[in-house]
Design a protein around this ligand. Structure first.
Ligand SMILES: NC(=O)c1ccc[n+]([C@@H]2O[C@H](COP(=O)([O-])OP(=O)(O)OC[C@H]3O[C@@H](n4cnc5c(N)ncnc54)[C@H](O)[C@@H]3O)[C@@H](O)[C@H]2O)c1
Length: 252
């Protein structure tokens, strides 16, 4: 398997959860992996290395422009280039469902800082290196929630809606540089965080499954081939687009 051979791929928020699944799958396709997470990504690095892959973990706060820029510099020092950025880090699985009147402004701002400013500053940090090579793939992770207007997560749903428009406007600015920007929008996924968050798991799972054409749980593995498609040359003439992968709940 070598679809991503010699490509340097940064995945934010990949120390655990769905991001870790992406990291391991991209490594199996031959990519050199960078795990950029506020948490320690060493255990995922070890798993990748144990299978003969190459990976490093760089502690990064995606909401902090200086931290994101330092991460991009460190990546180029180590690997000499940056080909792909997967903007996966977000505040999600730690959130509690609540009516919008109960969301305080500090929590709203925190979600926006990580989920919206994060992809912006990470793109800003890596694009100069992509432009140097006239090549890049940016995959922004959104969600099915902005299409549905899922209640009781107003800050999260709003932040994921912003990702759809960020993708479109950024794609227009970067097309001439050989850089494609697309969005992957998963449905409710049984990620580690969702399994641990009893409220998300118990209140959302049954109605979401009932809303799908394919009525089963979505697993992180369901996202691997769509992610590889958007991160590779398989999607070379596609940019500004959103791919919803949710078993046919949202038909976008
Ligand atoms: N799990 C789902 O049901 C689901 C559905 C649709 C979309 N998504 C999206 O998929 C992505 C991954 O979801 P998940 O369930 O694995 O989420 P998660 O909350 O379990 O993991 C998010 C990761 O981001 C990291 N992170 C948080 N703040 C950070 C920061 N400031 N800087 C760097 N890293 C930071 C966390 O440490 C964690 O490793 C998210 O963008 C989420 O919004 C998830």
């Amino acid at each position: 398997m070598s679809r991503m051979k010699d490509k340097v791929v940064i995945i934010t928020g990949a120390a655990q959860g769905i991001g870790a699944t992406y990291a391991k799958a991209l490594a199996e396709e031959g990519a050199d992996i960078v795990i950029a997470d506020i948490l320690d990504g060493t255990s995922v690095v070890r798993e990748i290395e144990a299978k003969g892959g190459k990976a490093i973990a760089i502690k990064t706060d995606v909401a902090d422009e200086t931290s994101a820029a330092a991460m991009a510099t460190a990546v180029t020092q180590r690997f000499g280039r940056i080909d792909v950025l997967i903007n996966n880090a977000a505040i999600y699985a730690s959130l509690n469902l609540k009516p919008f009147e109960e969301i305080d402004v500090a929590e709203w701002d925190k979600v926006m800082a990580v989920n919206v400013r994060g992809p912006f500053v990470c793109a800003k940090a890596v694009v100069p290196y992509m432009k140097r090579n006239g090549y890049g793939r940016i995959v922004n992770i959104s969600s099915g929630t902005p299409f549905k207007g899922t209640p009781n997560l107003l800050h999260y749903v709003t932040s994921k809606g912003a990702i759809l428009t960020l993708t479109r406007a950024l794609a227009r600015e970067l097309g001439d540089h050989g850089i494609c920007v697309n969005t992957l929008a998963p449905g409710l996924v049984l990620s580690e965080g969702v399994i641990e968050n009893a409220e998300l798991r118990d209140r959302l799972t049954a109605p979401v499954i009932a809303s799908r054409a394919i009525k089963r749980d979505q697993l992180p593995e369901d996202l691997i081939t769509p992610l590889l498609f958007l991160a590779s040359d398989d999607s070379a003439f596609m940019t500004g687009e959103t791919l919803v992968v949710d078993g046919g709940s949202v038909m976008h």
